[in-house]
Each structure stands twice: as C-alpha cells, then as structure tokens.
Design a protein around this ligand. Sequence first.
Ligand code: KG4
Ligand code: ZN
Length: 376
Amino acid sequence: MEMDETQHSSHIDAPGLVFSFFLKYAMLLTMKVLGIESSCDETACAIVEDGKKIYSNVVATQIPFHQIYKGVVPEIASRKHAEWILPVVRQALAEANMTMDDVDAVAATNRPGLMGSLLVGLTFGKTLAWATGKPFIAVNHMLGHLYAAHLQNDIPYPYLGLLVSGGHSIIAKVNGFDDLEILGTTMDDSVGEAFDKVAKYYGLGYPGGVIIDKLAHEGDPKAFTFPVPKLDKRGEHRYDVSFSGLKTAVIHQADQFLNKGYENTKENICASFQETACRTLTSRLFRAIDDTGLKTVVAGGGVAANSRLRALLAERTDIQCIFPPLKLCGDNGAMIAGVAYHFLARGDRSGWNTSACARIPQFKRGLANLEAFGRR
Ligand code: KG4
Ligand code: ZN
C-alpha cells in the first residue's frame, strides 16, 4: 500500500521527522538490482543490494548438455537459455523472498560471449525492465568477473586485475570499476581454452579446468618441462601471454618434453601443463607488479578457481592477492548486478536499443588502452 506522505507529514514530531528523513534517505541509497548472466553455458540470475549484499544467486549450469560434445555447442546453449531464463529469474526472486516490486533495476550481460546466448539474457532483461518500469543496465561480462571479488571485499583502486576465463586472459591496471588499462592479453588462445582443449584431447571430460586441477594434485609438475612462451621482455608484448604453443606441446609432442625417470601418466601431464600455464600467467603479472609498483592483485574468471594459480600467488608475500570465493569465480548473475549498481549510482542507464556483441577486439591486443572498455 502506498503512503500518502502529505497527509501524515503535519503530525510528525521532531524525532519522528528525523527518523522519517533517515528512512527516506536510507531507502534512496539502497538499490536492489536483478542481474542476469547468459553469455555462455550458465543461465544465471541474482539479486544484489548496493553492489554487496547477495539476496539470491541462482546458477543453472548446462554442462551436462554439452559434455557429450566435449565443448559448448552454441545452438544448444541459446536454446537452453531460452528454456531456462524465466524459471531461473523466478527462482532468484523466490529465494530472495521478493517480487519485481522490490527490485529497483534490471541488468544483463551484453558482451562478450556467444551471440545467441547473450541475446536471450539481454532481450529478457530489457523486456523485464521495460515491462516493470525499471531502469536497465547492460554489463560487460569481464567487468563482472573483475567485480566478483568486490562483492565480499572493499578493495581500493588502483590495482592490477588478472582476468582469466574460458574466453580471455587479461592483465590490466584497474583505476575504477569500469576503468581498465589493458596491459597484456593473450596473443592466441585463452588460458581456460588451453585447459579445456588439453582435457578434451586426453578424454578427461568437460569443462577441463576443474578436472585438470584435481588430477594435477596426484601428478608431478616436474615430469615434463613444457615450454614457457618467450614473448619480448621489454617491448609492447611484455605483459602478453600465449597458450597455443603450450597446448600443442602437451597434445602433440608430450613425449618430447618428458623428463628422465618419469612416467607419461595423465596425472603427470596435468600437473606439468598446469604448472606451465600458471607460471606463464604469473611471470607476466609479476613483471607488471614490478613495473607499476602496484601491490594489490584482484583475480576473476573461471580459471581464478585454480588451486595452483592461487598457491603461486600466495607465495608472493609482498603482495596482496584477492580472489573471489570459488562459487563466484565462474559465471553468475551477482557479479553483473554488482557492476550495474555502480553504473546506476553514477546515473547511467542503457538504452532499449542496446545490442549484444560477441567480441571485444582489443582484448586480443597488447598494450591497448581501452578508454571505452566498460562502455555499453
Ligand atoms: O569464467 P568462466 O566460467 O566462463 C567464461 O567466461 O569463459 O570460465 C570458464 C573457464 C573454463 O575454461 C574452465 O575450464 C575454467 O574456467 N576453469 C578452470 C577451473 N575451473 C574452471 N581452469 C583451471 N582450474 C580450475 N579449477
Ligand atoms: Zn565468464
């Protein structure tokens, strides 16, 4: 029921006036955002207040539907999103014990990702916002991954961001939630892609990252000496990474890199591959730490769940490395709602004509200072 303020205001005493002012102020500052994520193979929705308090965070994974193909099939992914989006959004509202009346804004990922998948969440989000008269915000998926660690930590800017997912490997100087200077990216495959392809080749299962991480615990990282790419140390690629050479070595030339006295087991291959992949990332990241003097690193993306990567970064006691909790490393709606809150607080809105975009070309180039990184 709506209160008619004008009717009651004359009866309010001084403490009551202060209280009602406080209540109104607090209500104005509090913003609950419903965030939708559908860029790849998770249909996800969360409700987050003020970019921090997670009321619900529903992630419906399509992994069983793609597993038999050993990778994401885009057509299946978009069909599953279309089937699941409404129940997932309803479940997020139910788990938060809310209706759309309690929600102040709607957000959805609009890039980068699989075009068909993105379009489902984006179109649903825009329609829901329009039909309920709420503002809409489109969010860059990688800003979401970066924000995941902020959901449970207050992290001051600037810092170095390490964004490692199935589609991207990015080292960036982060000046604000949407202000990133890309220092390094991959020259070819992303790190997550390398994990997935190695797992696929050896028939370990899909998605590969978590399986390799597990098998690696039983293997010896010294069994194979796989090559670490040597991109130029001083030039424009000094923070860039590359994984296709490593992937090829692990898949097609493993025996050539097997060390004396070791066996060619899948555990040893996983441990050695993982060690090289993680050291490839940390070598560039440590270079960026030394050059910029920034001592805080914030990681995000599916590969940020990797136990060896976490251990290697923990070895550097002179830096603070902040990882999201495991359940927020992969794709989720909370990170999208979190980013959207900051756009909204700044007064930004996305137009109803906002479209989806599969790629952000600059992610693949070194030293690109992306002024428009977070723009929609
Ligand atoms: O962020 P994400 O869920 O989706 C994308 O935005 O791509 O990342 C998925 C990637 C996959 O390549 C998956 O194999 C990898 O993250 N991944 C891991 C681990 N868990 C997921 N890679 C290495 N170690 C893990 N524990
Ligand atoms: Zn992702």
